[in-house]
Design a protein around this ligand. Sequence first.
Ligand SMILES: CC(C)(COP(=O)(O)OP(=O)(O)OC[C@H]1O[C@@H](n2cnc3c(N)ncnc32)[C@H](O)[C@@H]1OP(=O)(O)O)[C@@H](O)C(=O)NCCC(=O)NCCS
Length: 183
Amino acid sequence: MNKLGTKPLATERLILRPFRLDDAEDMFAAWANDPEVTRYLTWPPHGSAEITAMVLKDWVSHYGEGDYFQWAIAPRETDRVIGSISVVRLNEATEAAEIGYCLSRAEWGRGIMPEALRAVMAYLFGEVSLNRVCAAHDARNPKSGRVMEKAGMRKEGVFRQAGRNNQGLCDEVWYAALRSEWT
Ligand SMILES: CC(C)(COP(=O)(O)OP(=O)(O)OC[C@H]1O[C@@H](n2cnc3c(N)ncnc32)[C@H](O)[C@@H]1OP(=O)(O)O)[C@@H](O)C(=O)NCCC(=O)NCCS
């Protein structure tokens, strides 16, 4: 594994870059305070922009670490954050990463997250040299499965009542891609 950390990435419509402390207001207003966005996530909606600022302070403090991957998603034209995508679990022994992501509700349905996930997978396979990139979603949140599918992951199976999120216990649907099948 090459410990290259959260390197800025670009796609056709997006910039993926490290978060900055001054993203707090945009992040709070765009998704961190929205219970529809956090419905199937493990953290509660932020009650104030101060909480978002505290979270960002923690994230920013890790950017010196080569095994820390936490990108802000922003449209190329505005550079204002509309979502996030990150490695939520890294296993160096198996060269594997688990990805998590969320996006402002105003941006849903435009293929933004599949575009971001493809860029992150290309980076993690191509430059960081990982072997496996995976992700899981609550079975009640199939649109996240569509993101994984459209980005090139394959469904591997369901772990029944294996997770807990804001809706309680949940069946986890797992997807993954391997470097050998990545094109
Ligand atoms: C899941 C999520 C990242 C999808 O991102 P996106 O950029 O909207 O993804 P897409 O545009 O490719 O849409 C994916 C699916 O969502 C559904 N969808 C599209 N527009 C929608 C809308 N306006 N409202 C609700 N669902 C919609 C469709 O089923 C679509 O699949 P399709 O392309 O086969 O029609 C986004 O909805 C989100 O951030 N949700 C809240 C956080 C979350 O659930 N994160 C994942 C946890 S595992």
